[in-house]
Design a binder for this molecule. Structure first.
Ligand code: PEP
Length: 248
């Protein structure tokens, strides 16, 4: 089987200014990044998508952090997948835990957004993961499988999906899952994929880890066979993002 291309995403969340975005993009353009081997995508907030796409080197992808599940029309304040494609923005996140918890997005809505985005031509980084209470109740796999099944009920082209396993308790907290904990869940996700989607889809599916990954701890994950990359929040705004892409 062909090896899976390592994927590193930088989720800038609701951060940045015109000046800071210029600096980040300038640094990405100047540095020797390993993007030949690593599919690298940054996810700035909406306001900065187009200037970022225009200014950042072409071998780095640009994506949105959220997308609506319907075509253009009377959906005030929403983010159109068609318009993203029109602007050369070829990726989106869906189901980030901040969307699920703060904005009350359900498993079904996340699945609808994911499928609609794929139909429009976007590659989707679909985020799943358990809360601390769910982990402590030993429900991690149950929760992750519930979120995955909801996706599988709608999604018809898994080659356009990267699954991001992001334990909610590890996001923005400075507390990472241990690489072994991540590997354990990633292996379960791949097992689920083999059963539900078939061996070939499971083999090709990228499963990336997110939750307080930084330039220091990223290396520890690399030896684990089911960790196919990272979704990076806080550290993606810092120079150490380059080390993560370059796997230093
Ligand atoms: C994220 O926002 O997806 C994330 C993983 O954040 P952080 O790296 O800051 O924990």
């Amino acid at each position: 089987a062909a090896p899976r291309t390592f994927f590193v995403g930088g989720n800038f969340k609701m951060n940045g200014s015109q000046e800071s975005m210029k600096k980040i993009v300038g640094a990405l353009n100047e540095n020797k990044l390993n993007v030949g081997q690593v599919e690298t995508v940054i996810f700035p907030q909406n306001l900065y998508l187009i200037p970022t796409r225009e200014q950042v080197r072409k071998d780095i992808g640009v994506g949105a952090q959220n997308v609506h599940d319907k075509k253009n029309g009377a959906y005030t304040g929403e983010n159109s997948a068609e318009s993203l494609i029109d602007a050369g923005i070829n990726y989106t996140l869906t189901g980030h835990s901040e969307r699920r918890t703060i904005f009350k997005e359900s498993d079904e809505l996340v699945a609808d957004k994911t499928q609609f985005a794929i139909e429009q031509g976007l590659t989707v980084v679909a985020c799943i993961g358990e809360t601390l209470a769910e982990r402590e109740a030993n429900d991690t796999i149950k929760v992750v499988v519930r979120q995955l099944n909801a996706l599988a009920d709608k999604v018809n082209n898994w080659s356009k999906v990267v699954v991001a396993y992001e334990p909610v308790w590890a996001i923005g907290t400075g507390k990472t899952a241990t690489p072994a904990q991540a590997q354990e869940v990633h292996a379960e996700i791949r097992k689920w994929a083999a059963q539900r989607l078939g061996a070939q889809v499971a083999e090709g599916l990228r499963i990336i880890y997110g939750g307080s990954v930084n330039g220091g701890n990223c290396k520890e994950f690399l030896q684990f066979p089911d960790v196919d990359g990272f979704l990076v929040g806080g550290a993606s705004l810092k120079p150490e993002f380059h080390n993560i892409v370059n796997k230093w």
